[in-house]
Write a new protein. Structure first.
Ligand code: AMP
Length: 296
């Protein structure tokens, strides 16, 4: 595995690999502090690709002024060991100066899809994500790029960006990896105190309970499902809800409050963002009415 820190060296290395037929090129962009969720993306990439490139870059553009850019956890040695173990061929770790040598004057913004959920709570976040991912796609020119459904809105936004701008890359969405007790893996979980960590289980529990209530017919409408989410999450005294929404996926359009969830066409998303102390956690479940019907 090679560790490369400059754009020029990465381009040279990739040109050499492409020339040698080590294609397709699979790309896994991350902010590091790697865990099993990132490892699952690397493994999926290794299955499909001749060369696996992982980037580790904490992108200042996607953090708001009061967010945790400076405090974001970093552990280069551990990340490199995990990347090598899970099949990365190249790890690209640029500095902020390498990625942004001058004030950026060109950004990518995806409208409408970013009006809700994390887009509403974190103004500018998805513009930062779309811009850095566009830059990374321009540098790596991957055939496939792997993203986790843990960040489902990010998947929807990037798919739309790739489609609208005719980028020659296929976005592969990978399932959410969870701890045994249900907590979705996240680099930010290290911020949680023991008590917050315990109470944070309410996110995945509320998703499971709403899904079960739908299957059992105890909950039918969008409003009933949202009320149930609110009540389950509020049973954890430390939980402060940022949003608990049910939308269509990937268009992220709202549904009529009285409409019946199991009569909706296509995919739906139950999306949560909840704060525990200063840590904001997200989780979601994407499903179709058809798949719930099949379980009933
Ligand atoms: P991050 O380093 O948090 O920017 O995440 C990099 C990639 O890993 C993104 O595509 C995330 O969606 C994905 N990812 C993060 N956590 C998980 C998880 N628990 N399961 C699956 N993918 C994840």
């Amino acid at each position: 595995m090679r560790v490369i820190r400059t754009i020029e060296q990465l381009r040279e290395a990739l040109e050499y690999l492409r020339g040698g037929g080590h294609t397709p090129i699979g790309f896994v962009p991350t902010m590091g502090y790697l865990h099993e969720g990132h490892a699952s993306l690397l493994r999926r990439a290794a299955e499909q690709s001749g060369t696996v490139v992982m980037s580790i870059f904490v992108n200042p553009l996607q953090f708001g002024p009061n967010e945790d850019f400076a405090a974001y956890p970093r552990d280069e040695a551990r990340d490199l060991a995990l990347a090598e173990r899970e099949g990365a061929d190249i790890v690209f770790m640029p500095s902020v100066e390498e990625m942004y040598p001058q004030a950026i004057r060109t950004t990518v913004s995806v409208s409408v899809l970013t009006d809700r959920l994390c887009g509403a709570s974190r103004p500018g976040h998805f513009e930062g994500v779309a811009t850095v991912v566009s830059k990374l796609f321009g540098i790596v020119q991957p055939d496939y790029a792997y993203f986790g459904l843990k960040d489902a809105q990010q998947v929807a936004v990037l798919r739309r960006m790739v489609s609208d701008l005719n980028m020659n890359v296929k976005i592969v969405a990978c399932p959410i990896v969870r701890e045994n007790d249900g907590l979705a893996l996240s680099s930010r979980n290290v911020y949680l105190s023991e008590e917050e960590r315990r109470q944070a289980l309410v996110l995945s529990r509320s998703l499971r309970e709403v899904r079960a209530a739908l299957e059992e017919g105890k909950v039918r409408t969008v409003n009933e499902a949202k009320a149930m989410l609110q009540s389950v999450i509020s049973s954890s005294p430390l939980a402060v809800i940022d949003y608990a929404e049910i939308l269509t996926f990937p268009a992220l359009e709202p549904l009529e409050g009285n409409s019946r969830l199991l009569e909706a066409d296509g995919e739906l998303i139950i999306a949560l963002a909840v704060k525990f102390g200063r840590t904001r956690l997200i989780d979601n479940n994407v499903f179709t009415a058809k798949e719930v019907h099949a379980l009933v």
